[in-house]
Design a protein around this ligand. Structure first.
Ligand SMILES: [Zn+2]
Length: 287
């Protein structure tokens, strides 16, 4: 289970969110078996997506994020709902790069240049689509830029994912500050000082966790706490819908050559198998 801690700081002029997503990143590693650099890229994106999800207002609201870079990792796709169930995938989880000169994982190199797209969906009305160029591919800067350009919301974000030698995540999470309207210059510069304290965030998360960061750095504030987890919402109904759009002819062709139609969920690896009878039944219900 991941944790989110939220409060207002600096005379209620700045909102603070501390995220501990270690468990979420480990679930993603379990499903996707990524290289450390892919785990870091996906883990950072999942963490930022959970933060975005925590700002959804209504029960049925949900969002998806696509990081479309030209690097060897391919696209990263994540999604989160208002209950803070998050899921994600990276196109090429086995892509690998040498460490950077400073010994850090080269997430920016893995992601490359391109853009990110955020789609916010509610049950009523058209989805809201926001898009902006990637700044560095390091994810935190890219999300901060997205908030600045697409949502006119000044945001400072630190994200960290620490991967151990066994490929497991030792610590992952984020610290996000957002400037409220009418915020004083003094609070803005203090917010900058605060975010600069978290350049080694992943090690801090490994050592003291998200709760420990709240207590150690923001002990005077009262936080509201939320749970979040890696959970896929794929279902047979959803896959039925996908197959209906593919069409019966193509499915019959697959049945002929493969003996079955097998669909694997990109987010949780769950397999959905359709035999001849299932395909017939699927299309007999079609109105
Ligand atoms: Zn799934």
């Amino acid at each position: 289970m991941g944790k989110i801690y939220k409060t207002l700081i600096l005379n209620d002029e700045v909102s603070l969110c501390v995220l501990d997503t270690t468990d979420i990143v480990n679930k993603a590693i379990y499903y996707h078996n990524p290289t450390p650099v892919c785990a870091a890229a996906l883990g950072r994106t999942l963490t930022a997506t959970v933060f975005m999800g925590s700002t959804l207002k209504n029960e049925d609201d949900r969002l998806s994020v696509t990081i479309s870079g030209d690097g060897i990792g391919g696209h990263i796709v994540t999604a989160c709902d208002s209950n803070l169930n998050v899921r994600g995938m990276i196109d090429n989880p086995s892509a690998d790069l040498p460490l950077k000169e400073n010994g850090k994982l080269d997430v920016g190199g893995l992601v490359g240049k391109g853009y990110m797209t955020v789609v916010r969906t509610a049950d009523i009305g058209e989805p809201y689509v926001g898009r902006c160029h990637l700044v560095s591919g390091e994810i935190a800067e890219d999300f901060a830029a997205y908030y600045a350009y697409s949502e006119q919301q000044p945001t400072a974000m630190a994200l960290g994912v620490l991967i151990g030698t066994d490929g497991k995540c030792l610590g992952a999470g984020g610290v996000v500050l957002q400037i409220m309207p009418g915020c004083s210059e003094e609070s803005i510069s203090k917010a900058e000082e605060i975010i600069n304290q978290f350049s080694n965030l992943s090690e801090m998360l490994e050592n003291i966790g998200g709760k420990g960061i709240c207590d150690k750095y923001f002990g005077e504030y009262a936080f509201t706490e939320y749970n979040t987890e890696y959970k896929c919402n794929c279902s047979k109904d959803y896959i039925d819908g996908v197959l209906l759009t593919i069409g019966k002819d193509e499915l019959l062709q697959t049945l002929k050559t493969e003996g079955k139609v097998e669909v694997c969920c990109h987010f949780c690896n769950k397999k959905y198998v359709y035999l001849s009878d299932d395909v017939e039944k699927l299309f007999s219900n079609e109105k």
